[in-house]
Design a protein. Structure first.
Length: 317
C-alpha cells in the first residue's frame, strides 16, 4: 500500500512528465517485461503509445552505427521481453493493435520444447536468488535435488513453441537470450562461449531469424561475455543496468528499465521515466523513511522545471 502511494505521489508531482519532456525526449528508453498478462499489457501499451514514440531495437542500433540517433523521434521507446515465455504468444493481437515493434529474447534450447526455465521450477525466491550467486556447476547440482535437469522434458511447457514463433515472426524481432539462461559470469569460459555462440546459430537455423542482439541472462555480464558476444557476431548486448541510452552508450552495455509484469499505471510511468531506478541507486542514509524520500523527489521536481525552461526553445532531439 505504501509503495503504491509513493508511485501515486511521484506521478501527481509531475516528476515523470518533466523527465519525459526534458531528458527522455533526447534519449532512448528501453523497457523489459517478462511474463505480462494480456489485459495488463493492453493497458500499458495504450498509455506508453500515447506518451512516447515506440521504435524497434533494430532502428536504434542502425541509427547508432550511422551516428544518427539524433534523427530518431523524440522520446523514443523500445519494448523488449526476456526469456520467451509461452504467454508472450497471447500478446500478438495487442502488439498488432498498437503497432508495437517489440523484441523478444529467446532461450534457444528451451523454446520449442517442454524443458523448463530453471528459475521457474518451484524452488522459491530465496533459493533462486541464492543460485544466481553461486558457480554454475554448483547451481546445477542443487537444482538436481529439486528434480530439475536442463535437458529434461516435462509434461508441460513454459516457453513459446516453434509454431508460435513462426506465427509471430512478422511482427516480433526475435533475438538471443543464450541457450539455457545460466548466469554467464558464473560459468566456465567454455560454457559461456557455447551459451552465447550456439544460441545465435540455433535460432537462425531452427527459426530462420537474423540474430544481432544478445540479452544477458539476469542482466549479468563481464568483459569476458562482451568479448565472446562480439566474436560470435552479435552487434549489441542488452543489460538490465538502469538508465537511458544515447548515441554514446556502449553497444554492448545498452541499458534497460525493468517493469514489473503486474505494475499499475502509476508505477509504469514512474519507472519508465527512469526516476525510480535513480532513487534506488542513490538511496538516502540508513533510517530514512518514505516521507523523506518523497521530499527528495519533490525537490527534484523544481530542478527539472528549471531545466525544462532552459531548453524549451531547443530542437526536438
Amino acid at each position: 500500500m505504501i509503495r503504491k502511494l509513493v508511485f501515486i505521489l511521484v506521478r501527481l508531482a509531475l516528476i515523470p512528465f518533466f523527465i519525459r519532456e526534458v531528458i527522455q525526449r533526447k534519449r532512448i528508453t528501453i523497457l523489459v517485461y517478462h511474463d505480462i498478462k494480456p489485459e495488463i499489457a493492453d493497458m500499458h501499451f495504450e498509455i506508453l503509445k500515447s506518451k512516447y514514440n515506440i521504435i524497434s531495437l533494430r532502428d536504434y542500433i542502425n541509427a547508432k552505427k550511422l551516428g544518427k540517433v539524433d534523427k530518431l523521434p523524440p522520446k523514443s521507446l523500445i519494448i523488449t521481453f526476456d526469456d520467451g515465455h509461452k504467454s508472450n504468444y497471447e500478446l500478438k493481437t495487442i502488439l498488432e493493435k498498437y503497432n508495437i515493434p517489440a523484441t523478444i529474447f529467446l532461450c534457444s534450447a528451451i523454446v520449442g520444447t517442454k524443458r523448463h526455465f530453471w528459475f521457474r521450477h518451484g524452488i522459491g525466491n530465496s533459493t533462486c536468488e541464492y543460485l544466481k550467486n553461486v558457480f554454475d556447476k554448483k547451481r546445477l547440482e542443487i537444482l538436481r535435488k529439486f528434480g530439475f535437469e536442463e535437458r529434461k522434458e516435462f509434461s508441460d511447457r513454459q516457453a513459446l513453441s516453434k509454431n508460435e514463433i513462426e506465427e509471430m515472426k512478422d511482427i516480433i524481432d526475435f533475438q538471443s537470450h543464450t541457450m539455457f539462461h545460466p548466469i554467464l559470469p558464473k560459468c566456465s569460459t567454455e560454457r559461456a562461449l557455447k551459451e552465447i555462440s550456439q544460441s545465435r546459430k540455433d535460432l537462425e537455423h531452427k527459426h530462420g531469424v537474423s540474430i544481432y542482439a544478445l540479452s544477458y541472462p539476469n542482466g549479468d555480464y563481464s568483459n569476458r561475455e562482451i568479448s565472446i558476444a562480439k566474436k560470435a557476431g552479435y552487434e549489441c548486448g542488452i543489460t538490465v543496468d538502469s538508465g537511458l541510452n544515447s548515441q554514446h552508450t556502449d553497444l554492448f552495455r545498452l541499458k534497460r528499465i525493468c517493469i514489473e509484469d503486474d505494475a499499475d499505471i502509476n508505477e509504469l510511468l514512474v519507472k519508465t521515466s527512469g526516476f525510480w531506478g535513480y532513487v534506488k541507486e542513490n538511496p538516502l542514509q540508513d533510517g530514512a523513511n518514505v516521507k523523506r524520500r518523497v521530499g527528495v523527489m519533490l525537490r527534484g521536481l523544481r530542478l527539472l522545471e528549471i531545466q525544462l525552461r532552459k531548453i524549451q526553445d531547443e530542437p526536438a532531439h
